[in-house]
Design a binder for this molecule. Structure first.
Ligand code: SF4
Length: 367
């Protein structure tokens, strides 16, 4: 059951009751790669000097559901608010299926989509939870009553925890799911963020493997079918991106690189981690992008809009941590989507009365 539903500019952030407590998931749309991506290898060459707030594509084009794999997280990454929610206790397979079903149920008018992305990336480190693998194998069965035989693209993002003894088993099985269950149409992303091990130790709170250990894992993985495995760089000021070092450790035939700004979480603010100018100009990414391409990597730069980042749909955010979006939003609470509920939401220090009127949606009244 959904207990809280925040409607933000690009979709919904929901909290539901799971088998062990509260879980948070997203149902969101996307502006599309012509608006928020630069990727020369895909023929999208223009520089991105910020991404204006705008209209998302219809969900029939692309729909993203991002779910929690754990209740909280124990990794303690310095840029992330999820550890504030609590320890990383694994969600059950039912919990994950329920998040997807509730997310899809928010839009009964959408009966099919060209692409349904399922990201195991809201709360938790997914490789600790073998139920992620079980859930991924069942996605078509779970989604069929809502979107028929629409294309489903599941993605696992991991920071490669050193305390996970079963990490390699998880990754091998995920690659099997990517390559064969989904015939390549699935993603595996490694959170790297810096090529400097000291910086990585600091930002990941000592919880991630060293780059050399991650490189060894990369070499041991079977070659990807479809999209290459992704090395993610959430690029804050001062974070090192040494393209030659990366090329020595990762094969550009097997790995591509994705660059994003670091999102504006409460933990980033408190720890002074920021990507200066990253939402307005291409400058912070330009050098890294050029040097990585010169070393043979496919590079994709993805920049969210202010509405997306301030709307807390980006990674590292969690409503359950107590933070609220810094954009106009409406909220219904204490309801499973029916009945009348009123709530006070705050935006720019003003209060709004949000009234939920069943299928007529949320009405927001300025106070
Ligand atoms: S970034 Fe991921 S692994 Fe790190 S604390 Fe946040 S949820 Fe956990």
């Amino acid at each position: 059951m959904i207990t809280t539903n925040l409607k933000v500019p690009t979709g919904n952030i929901c909290i539901m009751t799971g088998e062990k407590g509260m879980l948070e998931f997203l149902s969101i749309g996307d502006y599309g790669k012509t608006a928020n991506v630069k990727a020369n290898f895909m023929g999208i060459n223009r520089e991105l000097n910020g991404v204006p707030n705008g209209e998302i594509m219809p969900l029939t084009e692309k729909w993203v559901i991002t779910i929690s794999t754990q209740y909280g997280c124990s990794m303690g990454c310095k840029f992330c608010d999820v550890p504030r929610v609590g320890a990383g206790i694994n969600a059950t397979e039912k919990d994950m299926g329920d998040q997807i079903v509730l997310g899809l149920g928010l839009h009964p008018e959408v009966e099919a989509t060209k692409r349904l992305n399922i990201h195991y990336a809201r709360m938790g480190e997914p490789t600790f939870n073998p139920a992620v693998l079980e859930n991924a194998r069942k996605l078509h069965k779970i989604a069929r009553p809502y979107v028929g035989n629409s294309l489903i693209h599941p993605v696992v993002s991991t920071m490669l925890p050193k305390s996970n003894r079963l990490l390699m088993e998880f990754l091998n099985e995920w690659c099997d799911i990517k390559n064969y269950t989904y015939r390549g149409d699935a993603g595996l992303q490694f959170s790297i963020n810096s090529t400097n091990d000291d910086q990585r130790y600091d930002m990941f709170n000592g919880s991630s493997l060293s780059l050399r250990e991650i490189s060894d894992i990369g070499k041991a993985l079977v070659p990807p079918i479809g999209r290459k495995y992704t090395l993610n760089f959430a690029l804050a000021d001062e974070y090192e991106v040494d393209a030659k070092k990366l090329r020595e450790m990762f094969n550009p035939g097997k790995f591509m690189v994705k660059i994003t700004p670091l999102h504006k979480t409460r933990s980033c603010e408190e720890n002074g981690i920021t990507t200066t100018g990253g939402y307005e100009s291409f400058t912070p990414y330009k050098k890294a992008e050029e040097e990585l391409m010169a070393e043979g990597f496919d590079v994709l730069v993805f920049i969210p809009s202010y509405d997306e980042d301030r709307g807390m749909i980006t990674c590292g955010n969690a409503i359950l941590s107590g933070k609220r979006p810094d954009v106009e939003y409406s909220m219904e609470s204490g309801t499973d989507g029916v009945g009348k509920v009123e709530n006070i939401c705050k935006y720019k220090k003003r209060s709004y009365l949000c009234r939920w009127n069943g299928d007529k949606g949320v009405k927001t009244i300025k106070q």
